[in-house]
Design a protein around this ligand. Structure first.
Ligand SMILES: [Zn+2]
Length: 210
């Protein structure tokens, strides 16, 4: 590994361990990746965020060719789809975190799947596309993820969980955490929640786009 890759790997491992320690990942659920030049460092298959260290990662190219290290997560293909859709993405976080995954199991009713309750969620996430359910590793999944990721850095895989991209590892992680907490609010509030109005959301998104 180059020094640049090692530095990225160190930060990615620390981020994954932090997500595990704070309950956003459990068992061997979820996977993370980060870009170092033309190489993507990906957590290996059947690994736990708890155990990731700087030398744990698989190294793959942007077209999915394995270069070094252990066998990557079988979900690596949708990570690569996010990098393809979002040229500024430097990291991708995928969780099976409980509340966001619960939202991914709700029936699609045509509108936004998750109501917007708070300004920062509205500012950080322009919309929350839901990718149709396909079994993990299905070859068509990457195409659907790519189309969704062109619209938003945060997406939900139907009946599976959230995926977020960021310009830094910290940003990708923060977005996944924000999505989990907004999902938790939704279930806490139930029918009692008052959402921001369409006008308030539009104003926030206009300001954050400046
Ligand atoms: Zn998954």
């Amino acid at each position: 590994m180059t020094n640049e890759q090692l530095e990225v790997a160190r930060e990615l491992a620390a981020c994954a361990r932090s997500l595990f320690q704070r309950g956003y990942s459990f068992g061997t659920s979820g996977n993370v990746s980060a870009r170092a030049g033309d190489i993507i460092l990906v957590s290996p298959t059947n690994s736990s965020f708890e155990d990731l260290q700087e030398y744990s990662f698989s190294e793959v190219t942007l077209d999915g060719t394995r270069r070094e290290g252990p066998v990557p997560s079988k979900e690596v293909h949708f990570h690569l789809a996010l990098y393809a859709a979002r040229p500024d993405a430097m990291a991708v976080v995928h969780l099976h975190s409980t509340y966001a995954t619960a939202v991914s199991c709700l029936p699609a009713n045509g509108g936004e799947i998750l109501p917007v309750y708070t300004p920062y969620f509205a500012m950080r996430i322009p919309c929350l596309p839901v990718v149709p359910y396909l079994p993990p590793g299905h070859p068509d999944l990457a195409g659907h993820v790519r189309a969704a990721a062109e619209r938003s850095p945060a997406i939900l895989l139907k009946n599976h969980g959230p995926v977020t991209a960021g310009r830094t590892i910290r940003e990708a992680s923060a977005l996944a955490e924000e999505l989990e907490e907004q999902s938790r609010l939704y279930f806490l509030l139930g029918e009692r929640g008052e959402t921001l109005s369409a006008e308030q959301i539009a104003e926030l998104r206009k300001r954050s786009a400046r």
